[in-house]
Design a protein around this ligand. Structure first.
Ligand code: BGC
Length: 774
């Protein structure tokens, strides 16, 4: 664990000084919020309060109890969109802009980013999370946090941990094995914390293996603080506290929203009764106060921001996030100066769905509608026709369909806007299916019957199925594009922006194909993570299931070619790093951006592993014809798996493939490297160890022979002579019998040899033998 930063040390010393002057009542008061959004101030000691606000993709400083009542703020694309940019620099810029808006409105802590893994595409909050892959989510989150905090505003990385569904979210237990926890559900948090030190972490509502995240000392103390070196405070998700005293003991600093006297009294009573040591209380208060003091000092009074500039950034961010999923006959981009008639169909073109619902709902400073922007950029109204096609719930009618067909028939190309209405995805509930509303599907099918050149533009926060995909020429995944989405969509459709987004989550063909099809969302407050480490592309790869669109996939108006993949060495020790370089060239006629993706595969793993895992990526901007060399560095963790027996990461010696390309299912380049493990895991032999485990142990060989001897009645090195005159057949049968007896013995636990030998080997003798190897 690294030493705390000098800033943390400075404020911790101040905080310690203040805590030493506080009464138990004051300490307990500080540990619960003052209402919904602020911490308590303690005037007697000059302790200020701080203001917290959602997050993550726009400031939601509440002005009333209703989630829709908040100060006007820039609504950026939601996380699933931003993640599709695969652009850490962009995430940083968005973070900086968000922080400027926080400074303007005197907000000290922004409640985001949310980085839980998308275990099922049905997760109701998937629109607010980055990815199904921990490396992508972790690196994007780190960049976002650096952006926000660089401007003197704190973040709250959420929801820690294993919070992957909305169903029974306040009570459900996410039940999973240790390896899955460490390989899939923790690393994004680990990356963000180690690289960016968020000022706070928000613990999740749910339980993890039966223990509330808000009372989970393994998560909050051992992993977060001791192993990863987290320096900030832990805040409960709003209402995630169950037993406040247990929470304090586990390292939960702040309860939000405030519970008034309810939990304050419980903390005081616990101290008085000796159940809560004052030293623990002080530690938790100091942790919170350290950030409160720092945050207050970081406030920059008088900050303002340029609404138009932020609108432009929101447009740029949306433009980078949009994914071109299909573009047959290069139908897109459409010529902005052309004379072809364009039918714009679908109510979303005029009333866009551009953000999710729940705690992240932003009151936008501006709004842009794709229809208006198309008209503005594409040569004026005369060129465009419009039909709504469905109402805002996605319901259509014969009349609406007929109007749409009419527009489509008389145009040269039809752009159909479709996706998921507001009521389909939100915080608070999971999606019931992967399908779009029937009205949207009927509309696309009806339009494609009368028009062969159909473009579908999608507005949705998470993966959907597309049974109609074969009937249209082009598909543009717009996501929930934020307030400037209309402009960004027009930019992409008319070629002002060359699309460069790539999927940060797999789009499956059917719900039945998804990793959690059998289990999600669980029952009776128990969510069983039976698919283990196989979520997202790890699952589709392992089961060789063809998705609709794979993880990492996205087209461009130009083309790219990969070459010259070079590794710094053909063999490394696990303690060494491996440098990787690869060339990528824009082979088309337009400038564009490519997301270079690097995956690692262990060739003959002795433990079950995903066929490949994303370990690095880079977004590269290339002029037409330009070539660049991209460099990565891999280290031990990129080759390791989590060994539950040792409760630690382990690398096995062997051959690994380094795969590079532009999508998880299109990796044209491959090189191999030998990695040598330098650590031998200590094996502790016990009565329960299998007989063969003694053979593998450096000191266990002699015990192994004695166990065999006890069982067989002779030493295997000193076999009794075989009976005379055996035929070859009889000899072979004898040999087979001996071999299977050995397999039988080797697989049994040592203590069973005592039973089988009817006392030839006693428990005491076994104990003595175990002593010799300990
Ligand atoms: C959400 C958090 C949010 C908090 C405050 C909770 O319901 O789960 O993500 O930050 O409310 O609005």
């Amino acid at each position: 664990m690294a030493a705390p930063s000098s800033e943390t040390k400075k404020y911790r010393t101040k905080a310690q000084g203040l805590v030493s002057q506080m009464t138990v009542e004051e300490k307990a008061r500080l540990l619960s919020g003052n209402g919904s959004w602020t911490t308590h101030a303690i005037e007697r000691l000059g302790i200020p309060s701080i203001f917290m606000a959602d997050g993550p993709h726009g400031l939601r400083k509440a002005t009333g109890p209703n989630t829709a009542e908040s100060v006007p703020a820039t609504c950026f694309p939601t996380a699933s969109a931003l993640a599709s940019s695969w652009n850490t620099e962009l995430l940083k810029q968005v973070g900086e802009a968000l922080a400027r808006e926080c400074q303007t409105h005197d907000v000290q802590l922004l409640l985001g980013p949310g980085i839980n893994m998308k275990r099922s595409p049905l997760g109701g909050r998937n629109f607010e999370y980055f990815s199904e892959d921990p490396v992508l989510a972790g690196q994007l989150a780190a960049a976002y946090i650096q952006g926000v905090q660089g401007q003197g505003v704190g973040t709250s990385l959420k929801h820690f941990a294993v919070n992957n569904q909305e169903h029974e979210r306040m009570v459900s237990s996410s039940n999973l094995d240790e390896r899955t926890l460490h390989e899939i559900y923790l690393p994004a948090f680990e990356i963000a914390i180690k690289e960016a030190q968020p000022w706070s972490v928000m613990c999740a509502y749910n339980k993890v293996n039966g223990v509330y995240a808000s009372e989970n000392d393994v998560l909050l103390e051992r992993i977060l603080r001791d192993e990863w070196g987290f320096e900030g405070f832990v805040v409960s998700d709003w209402g995630a506290v169950s037993d406040r005293v247990k929470g304090v003991m586990a390292g939960l600093n702040l309860e939000m929203p405030g519970s008034g006297e309810v939990n304050r009294k419980k903390i005081i009573a616990a101290v008085e009764e000796g159940r809560l040591p004052v030293s623990k209380l002080d530690e938790v208060v100091t942790g919170l106060l350290t950030v409160v003091l720092r945050a207050k000092d970081s406030h920059r009074p008088g900050t303002t921001y340029d609404v138009e500039q932020h609108q432009e950034l929101a447009r740029k961010a949306a433009g980078e996030s949009i994914i071109l999923l299909k573009n047959e006959d290069a139908l897109l981009p459409l010529d902005p100066r052309g004379t072809t008639k364009i039918a714009v169909i679908g109510a979303f073109a005029k009333t866009p769905r551009y953000q999710g619902a729940g705690s992240s709902q932003v009151n936008p400073t501006r709004q842009s509608r794709a229809y208006d922007e198309l008209v503005r950029l594409g040569g004026g109204e005369a060129r465009f026709g419009y039909a709504a096609g469905y109402d805002l719930e996605g319901v259509t009618s014969e009349q609406l369909i007929e109007e749409a067909r009419k527009q489509a028939r008389h145009a040269d190309v039809a752009i159909v806007f479709a996706g998921l209405p507001d009521s389909h995805e939100s915080e608070g509930f999971d999606r019931a299916s992967l399908e779009m509303p029937e009205g949207h599907i009927r509309l696309i099918e009806a339009v494609s019957e009368v028009q062969s050149r159909v473009v579908v533009v999608l507005m949705n926060g998470s993966a959907i199925t597309m049974p109609w995909a074969g009937k249209v020429k082009a598909i543009v995944e717009g996501w929930l594009t934020g307030q400037a989405g209309g402009s960004a969509i027009a930019d992409v459709l008319l070629g002002q922006v060359n699309p460069s987004g790539k999927l940060s989550e797999t789009f499956p063909l059917r719900l039945e194909d998804t990793p959690t099809a059998l289990e999600f969302p669980g029952l009776h407050q128990q969510a069983h993570y039976g698919e283990g480490i196989f979520i997202g592309y790890r699952y589709y790869d392992k089961r060789a299931i063809q998705p609709l669109f794979p993880f990492g996939f996205g087209l461009s108006y130009t083309t790219f070619a990969y070459s010259d993949l070079r590794l710094g060495a053909s063999s490394i020790k696990e303690t060494e790093t491996l440098s990787v370089e690869v060339k990528v060239k824009n082979t088309g006629k337009l400038a564009g951006k490519e997301v270079v993706q690097l995956y690692v595969r262990e060739n003959k793993p002795r433990v079950v592993r995903p066929p490949k895992e994303l370990k690095a990526f880079a977004k590269v901007s290339l002029e037409a014809g330009q070539e660049k060399t991209v460099r990565f560095e891999l280290s031990r963790r990129d080759f390791a798996y989590f060994d539950s027996a040792q409760h630690d990461w382990a690398v096995q010696s062997g051959e690994f493939e380094i795969l590079v390309g532009g999508s998880s299912r299109d990796l044209p380049l491959k090189q191999t490297v030998q990695v040598q493990s330098t650590r031998t895991a200590p094996v502790t032999l016990t009565r329960d160890s299998t007989v063969k485990e003694f053979l593998k142990h450096p000191q266990g060989k002699a015990v192994h022979s004695r166990l065999l001897e006890a069982f067989l009645g002779y030493s295997p090195d000193n076999k009794p002579p075989e009976p005379p005159n055996l035929t070859d057949e009889e000899r072979a049968a004898r040999k087979k019998g001996e071999d299977s007896t050995l397999v039988f013995i080797n697989d049994m636990p040592a203590y069973k040899v005592v039973n089988f030998t009817q006392g030839r080997l006693t428990d005491q003798m076994l104990e003595e033998m175990l002593e010799t190897v300990r």
